[in-house]
Design a protein around this ligand. Structure first.
Ligand code: 1HN
Length: 356
C-alpha cells in the first residue's frame, strides 16, 4: 500500500543519488517519511477489509464437518475463523475485529481457560449449550448475546442432543497490536464449584438491585447473558411506541447497567429491527462493523459496491468508513445483530460518524 503512494520528486544529490541514499538509509534502519507520508496520514480512512458475507447455508455444513475433523478436546476451541478476503490471510473479519464460528457437540466440553482478550458469543443454533464465566453458568439460546469479560475463567459445554453453534467476537487484533495478550489454563477442564446461574445475575442487575455498599463499576457489564427473548420483546415494544432512528432502525444497545456505557470495554453490540418495507438513511462511521442476520430478509447496501441480501445467521462485514444502509423486504420485519469496536475509537477520541 505504501509503495503505491505518489513519491515526492527528490532532487539529484551530487554526492550520492537518491536511490543509493535510500539504500544507505535502509542499511541504517531508517526510511524517508516523504515516500509514505500521505499513506501514513491519509485524508480519510482506507480500511483494507472488503465487504463480505459468510453464508450460513455454506458455513453451517463446514462447521458440522469440522466436528468430524477434530474434537473439542483436541481443538480446545473448535472454531472456523472468518478471514476477510481483503486482509491477506489475517484471522480478522474487519481490519480490527475478530469473528469466528464455534461448534460444540453433545457431551463435549471446551476446557476452562482465561485470557486478556474480551469475547462475545452470539448464539446461532442449538439447544443445551452452556458457558460458565468465573463459575457462573448460563444456558445459550439462539439470539442470546453473551459476554466473556477479559481475564475471566470460561468453559463451554453441550448437555443437549444436537450441535450447538455460535459466533465468537473478540478484540484479538487490538490486543495483538498492543502486545497485551496473556492466557492461562484452569487446573481442571471445567470450573467447580459452580457459583450459581446467570438468571440470578440478570435479575439482580436488570432490576437494579445492588448491595448497599456496592461500588462496582467494572469496565465490563456484570450481566453476561442478555437473552434474546427479552431483547426481542423490547424491540417490539419500541417498534410500537417510539420513533424509529433514521440510520439505525428500531434499536437497542447492550449496556453495562452500572455505568450506562457499552457492555464491553472494547466492543459495542446492539440489535436492530428494520420494519417491513423500511429503508434506513445512509450511515458512515470509522469502525468496521460485523452484522448477523437474526430474522426476516434484510439487505445491506454499501454505496459504490452494491446490495447484499442477508439470511438468518449469515455474517456480513461492513468495512470502516463505508456509507451503508439497511432495508427490510415488504413481507417481514428484519432483525440484525450488530457489533463493532466503536468503544475503542470513542475512548481514544477517534470516533467519527456521518448520518444521511
Ligand atoms: C477463545 O478463548 C474462544 O473461549 C473462542 O470460546 C475464540 C479466539 C481467539 C482467542 C481465544 C472461547 C477465541 C478464543
Amino acid at each position: 500500500m505504501m509503495s503505491a503512494q505518489p513519491k515526492v520528486a527528490v532532487r539529484e544529490n551530487p554526492a550520492s543519488n537518491a536511490v543509493s541514499f535510500r539504500e544507505q538509509l535502509a542499511d541504517l534502519n531508517v526510511a524517508p517519511l516523504w515516500d509514505v507520508l500521505t499513506g501514513l496520514v491519509p485524508a480519510e480512512p482506507r480500511p483494507k477489509a472488503t465487504p463480505h458475507a459468510w453464508r450460513w447455508a455454506v458455513m453451517r455444513d463446514r462447521l458440522i464437518e469440522s466436528g468430524t475433523v477434530v474434537s473439542a478436546e483436541e481443538a480446545e476451541r473448535r472454531v472456523l475463523m472468518l478471514e476477510n478476503p481483503g486482509l491477506g490471510g489475517l484471522p480478522n473479519a474487519t481490519d480490527t475485529i475478530y469473528a469466528g464460528l464455534q461448534l460444540i457437540l453433545p457431551g463435549e466440553i471446551a476446557r476452562a481457560h482465561r485470557h486478556t482478550q474480551s469475547a462475545l458469543r452470539f448464539v446461532l443454533e442449538g439447544v443445551g449449550g452452556y458457558t460458565s464465566v468465573d463459575g457462573v453458568r448460563t444456558e445459550m439460546l439462539r439470539g442470546d448475546f453473551i459476554v466473556t469479560p477479559a481475564w475471566t475463567w470460561h468453559d463451554h459445554g453441550n448437555d443437549g442432543a444436537g450441535p450447538v453453534m455460535w459466533l465468537d467476537g473478540l478484540d484479538v487484533p487490538l490486543v495483538t497490536f498492543l502486545r497485551a495478550g496473556f492466557r492461562e489454563e484452569y487446573e481442571t477442564a471445567t470450573q467447580f464449584p459452580r457459583k450459581g446461574d446467570s438468571d440470578q445475575v440478570l435479575v439482580r442487575y436488570a432490576d437494579a438491585l445492588l448491595p448497599l455498599e456496592s461500588k462496582d463499576t467494572g469496565s465490563t457489564s456484570p450481566i453476561f447473558n442478555y437473552p434474546y427473548a427479552r431483547t426481542r420483546e423490547v424491540l417490539d415494544e419500541l417498534a410500537r411506541n417510539s420513533d424509529i432512528d433514521a440510520c439505525h432502525g428500531v434499536n437497542v444497545r447492550y449496556a453495562n447497567p452500572l455505568t450506562g456505557g457499552w457492555a464491553m470495554p472494547t466492543i459495542a453490540a446492539s440489535m436492530r429491527l428494520i420494519p417491513r418495507g423500511y429503508t434506513t438513511e445512509f450511515f458512515q462511521s470509522v469502525e468496521g462493523t460485523v452484522l448477523v442476520g437474526v430474522e426476516g430478509s434484510p439487505s445491506v447496501e454499501i454505496e459504490g459496491v452494491g446490495s447484499f441480501d442477508i439470511s438468518d445467521n449469515d455474517v456480513f462485514v461492513v468495512p470502516g468508513w463505508s456509507r451503508w444502509r439497511m432495508s427490510a423486504d415488504a413481507s417481514d420485519d428484519a432483525v440484525l445483530f450488530v457489533y463493532s469496536d466503536r468503544p475503542v475509537y470513542e475512548k481514544l477520541g477517534l470516533y467519527r460518524e456521518k448520518r444521511g
